[in-house]
Design a protein around this ligand. Structure first.
Ligand code: HGY
Ligand code: MN
Ligand code: MN
Length: 425
């Protein structure tokens, strides 16, 4: 850990870090599969995790409830009830076979910070709200940030009709969870209620480790586009149809995937593209695949670069489909523009990092975060915490106890010294 001889960097007492690590492990035990961590939106695991987090919020002195889309929300009043709030948050859903820190670290750390204030009987000239967003990863319904979009008031009702892999629509899943899809608007907050939105999150990349730093200031969250592509050819007998007469949808998809990889690999300006899901029908060894669905995730440091790249990739896929006589359907399922962090929040985060004895270092986020939605109603700031080897979206994802503690100290310092923007919003 890089440190100077001020603040609490390198301190022996890692009590915040210990509490955070224990709770990270408790949450990680809530999974649809005991062998790995998979916690998906609007499932019984979602419910169990929400109950656990709501209990921690209440222990920390907060009033806590589950909102209309399944987010967990806690509020710690300020010097008097009803003051505008500094909102802290992250998500508690996971990808499949996930790590345990992506998302929960921000929720749990924020709760531990409030608990610390509560133990000391400290009330601030503003309220603190902690939100655990129910769906950031977008694993179940293709569209991401459903929890934070509901809070930002930008939830798109058309998504209620989107179906998961088993044919259940989002609206049906919300009802089965015990909530009412007609009431999602009740989760929405308005700009004047919030002083800022701050998220602490693991870096999910190797930069802080390279810099030998436990924490960093995020400059911006890179935008992302997600596409769903479907190629339809002709299923047939694997033994009888000559190669030249086939309309093999999976071979077509394979060519598309190769083109996407090559296109991004040869880009000089940080473009990344991923095909993370593919499904072939009818899916038998001795049948030529007649229909294939796959997803594409594309990101770049600027919105203009990403949009141009998405158009180029779509054109190349169209050309492949045409040449192979495959029908193509390609839809944008998710589009988020780059979210810059507010300079005044970056400055306060930097002050808190310096006060805790760490060198101040700025870095962009290549991963998406709930701040991308929250930016519509509040200025956004982010603190990154180092993770081992830059590994994330993988069971080996790991944060050292001392780094979890460092992140909590920085967040606590930031909260205690927080100054709303002059003139406010
Ligand atoms: O996909 C992302 O960037 C985020 O981890 N949900
Ligand atoms: Mn993630
Ligand atoms: Mn995350």
């Amino acid at each position: 850990m890089s440190k100077m001889d001020v603040g609490t960097a390198g301190r022996e007492d890692l009590s915040l870090g210990r509490e955070i690590a224990e709770r990270i492990n408790a949450l990680a035990a809530i999974s649809e599969d005991p062998a790995n961590i998979t916690r998906i939106f609007l499932t019984s695991e979602h419910r169990a995790a929400a109950d656990l987090i709501l209990g921690w919020m209440r222990q920390a002195g907060m009033a806590a409830h589950i909102d209309a889309i399944g987010n967990v929300c806690g509020r710690y009043e300020g010097e008097r009830p009803g003051l505008p709030a500094l909102m802290l948050g992250s998500h508690y859903d996971t990808v499949r076979d996930a790590g345990r820190w992506d998302g929960p670290l921000g929720v749990i750390t924020a709760i531990s910070c409030v608990a610390d204030l509560h133990r000391r009987g400290l009330r601030l000239p503003f309220a603190i709200e902690v939100v655990g967003f129910a769906d950031e990863e977008g694993v179940r319904f293709a569209s991401t940030l459903l929890g934070s979009r509901a809070v930002a008031g930008t939830f798109d009702e058309a998504v209620l009709g989107v179906r998961d892999m088993t044919g259940v629509s989002l609206g049906e899943a919300i009802t089965a969870f015990g909530l009412d899809p007609d009431h999602i608007g009740k989760a929405a907050r308005v700009r004047g209620e919030l002083l800022a939105y701050i998220e602490l999150h693991i870096e999910q990349g190797p930069v802080l480790e390279q810099e030998d730093l436990a924490v960093g200031v995020v400059t911006a969250i890179a935008g992302a586009t997600r596409l769903a592509a479907r190629l339809t050819g002709m299923a047939g007998h694997a033994g009888t149809v000559p190669m030249r007469l086939r309309r093999d949808a999976l071979s077509g998809a394979a060519e598309c995937i190769g083109v996407i990889e090559e296109f991004c690999r040869t880009d000089q300006a940080g473009l990344v593209g991923t095909v993370g899901y593919i499904h072939a029908l009818p899916g038998a060894t001795n049948v030529i695949p007649g229909q294939v669905s796959f997803t594409i995730d594309m990101r770049a440091p600027t919105d203009m670069h990403r949009r141009r790249a998405v158009t180029d990739v779509a054109r190349q896929i169209e050309a492949i489909a045409k040449r192979r006589d495959l029908a193509l359907q390609i839809d944008v399922t998710h589009e988020n523009r780059t979210a810059p962090c507010a300079p005044w929040l970056k400055a306060q985060i930097a002050d808190a990092i310096a006060a805790e004895g760490f060198r101040v270092f700025e870095l962009p986020s290549g991963a998406g975060h709930d701040g991308m939605a929250m930016i519509d109603i509040a200025d956004v700031g982010m603190i990154f915490v180092r993770c081992r080897g830059g590994i994330s979206h993988h069971p080996d994802e790991h944060v050292e106890l001392a780094d979890a503690d460092a992140g909590a100290r920085v967040l606590l310092r930031l909260i205690e010294n927080f100054r709303p923007q002059a003139g406010g919003k």
